[in-house]
Design a protein around this ligand. Structure first.
Ligand SMILES: [Zn+2]
Length: 263
């Protein structure tokens, strides 16, 4: 498998990316998608993908960075590169009141317009925190196909999962689902069809059990979350593993290699 969502350009991984990816490979997490959070971060994400095999990136602006200047030309320049396999992460975060929601909304509209106008058919990684009611109508209005979206780090309940699935999107689960107080998210994962599910770390954040006290989180711990979700759903590891790999390949249009990197 690969870790479908992490942030390897964050300072927690400074000059350690190779070691972190080697450690992941050793436990069967063979690659990762490093997700962009500001347009000034996009070039760094892309550069990292050139330095490591089985590494891809996205281009976009995280809602909690919507008060920083965004350069849509730069986002699209990176998005056109072949190692860039998605837009985002974009969305709304109502858990925090900074940046103000109106700033987040304005930035999101601009970003969706830039994506819709780009002619690029890439998947779109969604950051949705306490904002399902607003984000789903916003996405429907912008005319982009529901199948293009993945709701990353899903923290809703089963009803919210149903709404996301009805829209046509994929759902991706992080280590949060392994926490004891995550009953609602666990119920959501049980009703997510096997062909709509993906697994990620969101490293450096959200280390799964049983390593919850370890910081920073790393791509290698995607394996713990994947095994937890397989067991939660009552599926064999082999069947679940094959499904998340097939989903990741199909959704992001990528293929990874088993072989260790040549030195
Ligand atoms: Zn993220």
């Amino acid at each position: 498998m690969i870790d479908t969502h992490c942030h390897l350009t964050f300072p927690q991984f400074d000059s350690r990316v190779e070691a972190v990816l080697d450690a992941a490979r050793a436990v069967g997490v063979l690659g990762a998608i490093t997700v962009c959070t500001t347009t000034s971060n996009a070039a760094a994400c892309l550069r990292l993908t050139r330095e490591h095999p089985n590494l891809w990136c996205s281009a976009g602006v995280h809602p909690l960075h919507s008060d920083e200047p965004a350069d849509w030309g730069e986002m699209l320049r990176v998005a056109r590169e072949d190692r860039c396999v998605a837009f985002g992460e974009l969305g709304l975060d109502k858990h925090y009141d900074r940046p103000p929601l109106d700033t987040q909304r304005r930035l999101l509209r601009e970003q969706l317009d830039a994506i819709a106008g780009s002619g690029l058919d890439l998947p779109i990684i969604v950051h949705c925190r306490e904002a399902f009611d607003e984000l789903l109508p916003t996405f429907r209005e912008c005319g982009l196909a529901g199948e293009r979206f993945v709701f990353h780090c899903f923290t809703g309940d089963a009803d919210e999962a149903r709404a996301v699935l009805d829209f046509g999107a994929m759902i991706s689960y992080t280590g949060i689902i392994t926490f004891r107080n995550a009953r609602d998210i666990q119920e959501a994962a049980k009703i997510t069809p096997l062909d709509r599910i993906m697994i990620e770390t969101d490293a450096p954040f959200l280390t799964p059990e049983p390593h919850r006290k370890v910081h920073p989180n790393e791509p290698k711990y995607a394996m713990d979350t994947a095994r937890f979700v397989a067991q939660l759903r009552g599926e064999s590891w082999e069947a679940f593993h094959a499904a998340i790999d097939a989903n990741t390949r199909r959704y992001f249009g990528i293929e990874w290699t088993q072989a260790p990197r040549p030195r």
